[in-house]
Design a binder for this molecule. Structure first.
Ligand SMILES: Cc1cc2nc3c(=O)[nH]c(=O)nc-3n(C[C@H](O)[C@H](O)[C@H](O)COP(=O)(O)OP(=O)(O)OC[C@H]3O[C@@H](n4cnc5c(N)ncnc54)[C@H](O)[C@@H]3O)c2cc1C
Length: 455
């Protein structure tokens, strides 16, 4: 993987077994990480039927995390053909990378994907891998966003010494770009509605520790403030203050890129396609009453990556947005798809469980998160975020299920900060397919290993 994507290296494996599936044709919609991995898994599992790949960016799949972390140091996209060895044009029979899907037409006998050009691709099964799309609030047309290689090229042109950059949102991407831009000599202000950075993702206890990093990196952080409008001169706050800027980056989140599926499939409140553990379409528990029902031919529809909310054996329903899910989940989905929807189909090797995983390099610090923290979790720290005298590298935040109350607590997530040697151990703990219960007296003792705290 690229240096910014410290996951398992995934050179293409040899074909595992030749599967003669009842499915003879597949259309994969979305040419990002999840789409590319789906294609690779199909061929690796011996699928010799017809595959069409439909994309929306006009380029081969590339990796997104370097777009922010290596905004200035990597001006060419990190192509997945070189990062993962996935050459989509060699794996697919037809690649249509610049003709986005506009409508889905499932039926009992097949599934049709109508493209923007008017062309229809028909197949036995479809895998939806359309990822997400950045949120740009109404009236913020003058703001830039960062989701594609094209966005990165546009933003890069503004990031140089002396330029004024206002970033709206102290989330993962906002923090990463702030650090890079400040390092290049930009005058950077980050505006965040919540009281701390990353509070929606990591809660306020941890967010308060991250806030210090901004000043240390020379970035101005304005919390508890809302941007109400953006124009060519900068951003205006709800209290009337004007923040002058040469460029405003809206880093206020992303939504599943599923607008084209409205009316064809039931979507959840976020607009995601809800799928079971194998990636097969199911009706979301929070589907809008007026939403679409499961269509005929629903068993032909699968979804992977950021566009999906997927059931996980330990963490329940996990919304997309995890690079690792886009990397790993297609393997399980392809096996089930080729097996005609049965988890125990022809492929026999078990697929390892993967906890939701996010990594980030921001403002001079490394964060690695496993699991699904909630702002209502109890947070217990292992190590001292202020350094302390322990001599222990970095620190770790344990997110504990608030309904468990004793010295043994269930971990919903573990965040590792600036402690690379702890990451492997935490990954092994969280990637098990059973919940992790920790004895806190051991877990908070830096002289003991975290894995010794598992009950
Ligand atoms: C700047 C940035 C930094 C990130 N950093 C991290 C990180 O550090 N750690 C982490 O875990 N995650 C990170 N992520 C998120 C991670 O990149 C995503 O989870 C991952 O890319 C999801 O892969 P995907 O294939 O599901 O979706 P995407 O990568 O979004 O790919 C989906 C593709 O589908 C295409 N598409 C959309 N609609 C259609 C349509 N109708 N028809 C055809 N094609 C369509 C899109 O154009 C896109 O090419 C980052 C994301 C960004 C943008």
């Amino acid at each position: 993987m690229p240096s910014s994507s410290p996951g398992p290296a995934s050179a293409p494996s040899p074909v595992r077994s030749v599967v003669r599936s009842v499915v003879r044709s597949v259309v994969v919609v979305g040419a990002g990480l999840a789409g590319a991995q789906t294609l690779a898994a199909l061929r690796r599992d011996g699928f010799d039927g017809h595959v069409t790949l439909v994309g929306g960016e006009g380029v081969a799949p590339y990796d997104r995390p370097p777009l922010s972390k290596e905004l200035l140091s990597r001006s060419e996209p990190a192509w997945l053909s070189s990062e993962l060895g996935v050459r989509v044009e060699e794996l697919a029979d037809v690649t249509l990378l610049d003709d986005p899907a506009a409508r889905l037409e499932p039926s009992a006998g097949s599934v049709g994907v109508v493209l923007g050009s008017g062309r229809t691709v028909t197949a036995d099964a479809v895998v939806l891998a359309t990822g997400s799309t950045p949120v740009r609030p109404p009236g913020w047309g003058a703001a830039t966003v960062l989701h594609t290689a094209r966005d990165a090229a546009a933003l890069r042109a503004h990031v140089s010494a002396g330029r004024r950059l206002v970033i709206v949102g102290a989330g993962w991407i906002g923090a990463e770009v702030a650090g890079v831009a400040a390092g290049a000599g930009c005058d950077v202000t980050v505006v965040e509605t919540a009281g701390t950075p990353l509070s929606r993702q990591l809660g306020e206890v941890v967010g308060a520790h991250l806030a210090r990093w901004y000043a240390e990196a020379g970035v101005r952080l304005v919390t508890g403030s809302q941007v109400t409008s953006v124009d060519d001169g900068g951003a205006r706050l709800a209290d009337g203050r004007q923040l002058p800027a040469d460029v405003v980056l809206a880093a206020v989140g992303a939504r599943p890129a599923t607008a084209w599926l409205a009316g064809a499939l039931p979507l959840d409140a976020r607009g995601a396609v809800t799928v079971d553990r194998t990636g097969r379409l199911v009706v979301p528990a929070d589907a809008a009453p007026s939403g679409a029902p499961l269509p005929p031919g629903a068993d032909r529809i699968w979804a992977v990556g950021d566009c999906a909310t997927r059931e996980h054996p330990v963490f329940g329903l996990v919304p997309g947005g995890h690079w690792s899910a886009a990397l790993h989940d297609p393997e399980v989905t392809v096996r089930a798809l080729l097996a005609g929807g049965h988890e125990d189909g022809p492929a026999t090797e078990p697929v390892a469980a993967h906890a939701p995983y996010v990594f980030s390099r921001q403002l001079g610090h490394d964060l690695t998160l496993f699991g699904t923290p909630s702002p209502t979790d109890d947070v217990v720290l292992r190590g001292d975020p202020r350094g302390g005298a322990s001599g222990h590298e970095g620190w770790t935040a344990l997110y504990l299920d608030p309904t468990t109350r004793s010295t043994v607590r269930r971990a919903r997530a573990i965040l590792v900060v600036d402690a690379p040697r702890e990451v492997g151990a935490v990954r092994r703990l969280m990637n098990r397919d059973v919940p992790v219960d920790l004895d806190l007296t051991v877990a908070t003792d830096l002289a003991r290993r975290l894995r010794d705290a598992v009950v």
